[in-house]
Design a protein around this ligand. Structure first.
Ligand code: GLA
Length: 587
């Protein structure tokens, strides 16, 4: 018997009427040593439930691998911590999650078969989903409410009505969960309009809506679609995410609080998206591709009640007041902001150029024409493509099919230009100084599209490359997932003068570990690691100007910082500051 059921106009938990007041918080975007703190702050704001997606691609990086359930992926531990805090959990296991997450959570290895029809009843897709659920569900069953755990409801797919209308696929997912022992309430979520709700919902499964404003109209659409049962806003958007090169989104706390009040006054249940956004660490950010490709930044702060570093922001206080008018809020002090590291300068005094040392990082795969990152079996990071160009002189390089997603071109080691998918660039004028010059093309996967028909689009070089119309053959393709950026031999800065992308290394002393923000004035674009942990991307294009460094990554004593800078720097210093900088704002 599931703990959570529906009545004609609401939820019942056991026999008691129950209203879900939930907040979204993705364990995989939060350092695991901070999970308990964030969950406590969720309860203290007045939430009775937290919601999380499950990112399939992170849990199952290879089709044959066991499910990763350790460290930041230890979902059973996260669920246990939620239970200990007295919180219920809404679980959204996908298989597709959107969430501004690389590929919407769908593993890149699915599209090694380019004809696979994702998010459909194509057996190539559903068989892979079934294997994933075979691995995922058993360790989660003890955490379901039926077994005394915190999970009271499980979502089927995610906003499916915005993508397709293959009801047999949704039915497959429903059966797949039930047949593996999930007894809890199932629900779908869709943007609150008639078409999406029709295409994305399933008879017998609770339909819920996603929206951030126009509360009365949206609840009306939901009620028109589903004549009775609880009204639930399964994603109440109180902020938004940012793309590189666009303003930072903020939403006024009072405005969001007014809409929350409308929702709760209407008797609806809610999942605040996000309560705490966290960070797209490493290569995990997603991207959108509507008219043009646009990658999501490293921070997933989302202008949420709890900021990226876990401090209560203006919405925390405003929402707590609203919630208190409708449901009991713990009579405990509101949490204070966490400690920050005193401002610290880090000097990067050793470096290694990437192009001459690429062999230390990756063995080349020799091909006639360049192959995609996907064909190399690589999930994320960079590929360095190297060939020689027989002809000399001025001419046009043409990357037929374009680049996925940003390519830096070098001739005999000297920078020759950049092409960006975002700007639909496919050609570059270059001068070949001699017959047989070396052409290097360093291509960055800036994040897999997570929404719409381009999910699963390939990365790397996407077709043959020509110089003045003649195809270039004979390529060394170096996969650079950068799992171990420390593999290149470093030399003191100044002794290694090769131009172009380079690793930079520095150390710094910490007295007492505390949260910090890595600010990189004078640096252009690249990746940052602290003590071996991959913080993520930086880019002076903004809006984000500083990367969050969670306190648990630091240790008392000597700490190490590595940057991969793709272009160059005006200095050899970076700063650990005590203030976030998410950039210029858009309201
Ligand atoms: C939709 C998706 C979420 C997220 C939001 C935007 O509602 O379901 O995963 O992508 O949009 O942040």
């Amino acid at each position: 018997m599931p703990a959570l059921t529906t009545s004609s106009d609401g939820f019942l938990l056991g026999d008691e009427p129950f209203r879900i007041i939930s907040g979204a918080m993705h364990y995989f975007r939060i350092h695991p040593e901070q999970w308990a703190d964030r969950l406590r702050k969720a309860r203290l704001m007045g939430l009775n439930t937290v919601e999380t997606y499950v990112p399939w691609n992170l849990h199952q990086p290879d089709p044959g691998s066991a499910l990763a359930l350790d460290g930041i992926l230890d979902l059973p531990r996260y669920l246990e911590l939620a239970r200990a805090e007295g919180l219920h959990v809404l679980l959204r296991p996908g298989p597709y999650v959107c969430a501004e997450w690389d590929g919407g959570g769908l593993p890149a290895w699915l599209t090694s078969d380019p004809d696979i029809r994702l998010r459909s009843n194509d057996p190539r897709f559903t068989n892979a989903v079934d294997r994933y659920l075979d691995l995922l569900v058993p360790p989660l069953l003890p955490h379901m409410a039926a077994s005394g755990g915190p999970v009271i409801a499980v979502q089927v797919e995610n906003e499916y009505g915005a993508y397709g209308d293959d009801t047999s696929y949704l039915k497959h997912l429903e059966r797949a969960l039930r047949s593996r022992g999930v007894e809890e309430l199932l629900f779908t979520c869709d943007q609150a309009n008639r078409e999406h709700l029709m295409a994305g919902s399933l008879p017998g499964v609770l339909a819920t809506g996603t929206f951030g404003s126009r509360v009365d109209q949206s609840l009306g659409q939901l009620r028109a679609h589903q004549g009775e049962g609880p009204l639930m806003c399964s994603e109440f958007w109180i902020g938004w995410f940012d793309h590189w090169g666009e303003p930072h989104h903020v939403r006024d706390a009072a405005d969001a609080a007014t809409d929350l009040e409308r929702l709760l006054a209407a008797g609806a249940s809610v999942n605040i998206y996000m309560f705490h956004g966290g960070t797209n660490f490493g290569f995990t950010n997603g991207a959108n591709h509507d008219h043009a490709y646009s990658a999501t930044v490293t921070s997933y702060d989302y202008d949420a009640p709890l900021t990226e570093c876990g401090d209560p922001g203006p919405k925390y206080h405003a929402f707590r007041e609203v919630i208190a008018r409708h449901s009991p809020v713990p009579d405990e002090p509101v949490p204070a902001a966490g400690a920050k590291l005193p401002p610290t300068t880090v000097v990067l005094d050793r470096r290694a150029a990437l192009l001459p040392h690429v062999g230390a990082l990756a063995e080349a795969v020799r091909t006639d024409a360049p192959v995609t990152m996907d064909e190399l079996g690589q999930r994320a990071g960079y590929v360095l493509y190297r060939t020689t160009v027989p002809a000399a002189g001025d001419g046009l390089l043409h990357f037929t099919g374009g680049v996925g997603d940003r390519a830096q071109v070098f001739v005999d080691g000297a920078p020759a230009g950049v092409l960006e998918r975002e700007r639909h660039e496919e050609t570059l004028p270059v001068r070949m100084p001699r017959p047989g010059a070396t052409l290097d093309v360093l291509v960055e996967n800036m994040g897999g599209v997570n929404y719409g028909p381009r999910i699963g689009a390939p990365k790397g070089l996407l077709g043959p490359v020509t110089f003045n119309g003649t195809a270039l053959y004979g390529w060394d393709c170096h996969p650079l997932p950068l799992d171990d950026p420390g593999a290149v031999p470093l030399a003191p800065t100044g002794t290694d003068t090769d131009a172009g992308p380079a690793f930079h290394h520095g150390t710094f002393e910490v007295d007492t570990p505390a949260d910090a923000f890595l600010s990189l004035p004078g640096w252009v674009k690249g990746q940052a690691w602290i003590n071996g942990f991959h913080l993520g991307r930086y880019w002076n294009r903004g809006p984000q100007r500083a990367l969050y460094v969670p306190a648990p990554l630091l240790r008392s004593g000597t700490n190490g910082l590595v940057l991969l800078e793709l272009h160059g720097t005006t200095g050899h210093r970076v700063l650990l500051t005590d203030t976030p900088d998410l950039g210029f704002e858009k309201s």
